[in-house]
Design a protein around this ligand. Structure first.
Ligand code: TRP
Length: 335
């Protein structure tokens, strides 16, 4: 069975974009692949979260993962920092990663521009750690969004380079898993672009009804169509995209028709959209709260996921250490 792996940083909360763009597909993949899903807490350290908030960030994403439908009976669900093999592989991969190629990644250049005072080495080697996440499980398929494609290319380059450098075939080259037509791009509520964690234009799975309503009612629109069947401006088209995702076909058709004959009232559309978003997310929100507070359950899930992850990771690392030439005096490389 092919191995699937994906992770998400433990910053903030999951929003509709994460849910419809990614999570729903992870959930579908659980039945057909050997899946690893994890929380990238080491990656989140690049922005120096306060130690007092660090654990709750991890716990939040974990609860949101599980409430959305990731199933610990089907997938290994774990926290990156609980699998020390990842960090060891990261060190080894760093030795065959070059400053120039890492400096060229778009995400690094963006971060340097956004935060010139925090250009730490972890930021530069972010893609190396991500490669370690993937290669430690010898994953074949990595379901990620477009923004991660360059990082995946780094992982492929490092897999190839390691194999040829050490004359081994330990690493397969991971591919981005593309959901094809199933991949929904979820737009934000601010008129243009996609919903993003840092854009402040999102509806979160943990938002309550009042918040959702407020956000949707404030969404950008225009003055309304003046001619029948006119093309929609992006802001309005985005609301229709959201409607398409959460509402019934009848509802979508109804508002399309009223747009086309110029009788549409955006207030009505937004009210309906808010209601239909709530229908989808409020049950998840309730589960998030329940799971977040169920310490015993979280412990059980992570214990099991970590055992699976470490078993897979240590098997890889053993081959890697052999290939590099380690022969521990303490017998670490025996057996
Ligand atoms: N870099 C990814 C993001 O920001 C998160 C991530 C870390 C990841 N390690 C990974 C994704 C390994 C897929 C595979 O979204």
């Amino acid at each position: 069975m092919e191995i699937v792996l994906s992770g998400i940083r433990s910053t903030g909360h999951l929003h509709l974009g994460n849910y419809y763009g990614a999570l729903r597909n992870y959930i579908k993949m659980q039945d057909n692949y050997n899946c690893f899903f994890f929380i990238a807490d080491l990656h989140s350290l690049t922005t120096h979260p306060h130690p007092d908030d660090f654990h709750s960030g991890v716990r939040t994403i974990l609860a949101e993962y599980l409430a959305s439908g990731l199933d610990p009976e089907k997938s290994a669900i774990f926290v990156q920092s609980d699998v020390p093999e990842i960090s060891e592989l990261y060190v080894l991969l760093n030795m065959i990663s070059y400053k120039g190629e890492l400096e060229r990644t778009t995400s690094f250049k963006d971060k340097v521009r956004q935060n010139p005072d925090n250009v730490n080495a972890g930021l530069l080697t972010y893609p190396v750690l991500m490669a370690a996440d993937i290669l430690i499980h010898r994953a074949n398929l990595v379901p990620v969004g477009k923004d991660q494609e360059q990082h995946l290319e780094v992982a492929r380059v490092l897999a190839r380079r390691f194999n040829s450098f050490y004359n081994t075939e330990v690493f397969p080259e991971p591919k981005a898993f593309n959901f094809g037509d199933d991949l929904v791009k979820v737009p934000g509520l601010d008129g243009s672009g996609k919903m993003g964690k840092s854009e402040g234009n999102g509806v979160y799975l943990c938002d309550d009804e009042t918040t959702i309503r407020k956000k949707v009612m404030k969404a950008v629109t225009d003055a309304g169509p003046t001619e029948p069947n006119s093309t929609m401006p992006e802001a309005v088209a985005n609301l229709f995209t959201l409607l398409n995702i959460v509402s019934s076909k009848d509802t979508v058709d109804h508002f399309k028709e009223s747009y086309n004959n110029c009788t549409i009232r955006y207030g009505d559309l937004k009210k309906q959209l808010a209601e239909d978003i709530c229908k989808q997310t409020l049950p998840i929100k309730a589960k998030i709260e329940q799971i977040y507070n169920d310490e015993e359950y979280l412990k059980r899930v992570v214990k099991r996921g970590t055992e699976q992850a470490r078993e897979s990771a240590s098997a890889t690392l053993k081959e890697v250490r052999r290939a590099v030439g380690f022969r521990s005096f303490l017998g670490f490389d025996d057996k």
